[in-house]
Design a protein. Structure first.
Length: 155
């Protein structure tokens, strides 16, 4: 009964659960969510190093009254590819899906190439295509620079 351990975290009425986050990555996921985006009166639970049947050890983040934009889901998919996202409505799981990475990732990362057009004053949004999936490598569609260190290049 895995649910028993997770009772340590307060159930939420409405919100988002990000489960099966790779061990040690919950704080990076919180950084992607953006602590300032979370309503001050909402409950946020973070569990680090919880036993998981599926991935050994995992982290969990539960945020009340918040939904993730697709950009944030893409960023989480890059940093924590094993994560699942559940939408909670009236204490029940309404929807649960693994994070998945689309073929193009727009506006989520900064190109590491300082002279890339996406790093110039004109408003050109970053745009990467998936060059490789396992492990994930992205390629800038403008300058072709490859990126595999996503945490340090989040927009
Ligand atoms: N009301 C709630 N408040 C907070 N977290 C919840 C609530 N209901 C479900 N969860 C969490 O949402 C996630 C998905 O719920 P579900 O019941 O599908 O979990 P599960 O049976 O452990 O499935 P799995 O771990 O295979 O995704 C789990 O992390 C669960 O702990
Ligand atoms: Mg579970
Ligand atoms: Zn570039």
């Amino acid at each position: 009964m895995t649910a028993l351990r997770e009772l340590k975290l307060t159930p939420i009425k409405n919100g988002t659960v990000i489960d099966h986050i790779g061990n040690g990555l919950a704080l990076d996921v919180l950084r992607i969510i953006g602590i300032n985006e979370i309503d001050r009166s909402s409950t946020v639970s973070v569990a680090l190093h919880v036993r998981s049947q599926k991935i050994g050890w995992k982290d969990i983040v539960k945020v009340e009254n918040m939904e993730l934009s697709s950009r944030k889901v893409n960023a989480i998919a890059l940093v924590a590819p094993t994560a699942t996202i559940s939408i909670i409505r009236d204490f029940h799981v309404r929807e649960k899906r693994p994070v998945d990475l689309p073929d193009r990732v727009v506006g989520v990362l900064l190109c590491p190439n300082a002279s890339c057009i996406t790093n110039q004053p004109e408003p050109v949004e970053s745009d990467f295509e998936v060059a490789r999936r396992k492990p994930v490598v992205l390629r800038c569609t403008y300058c072709e620079r490859l990126v595999d260190d996503f945490l340090h290049h989040l927009a």
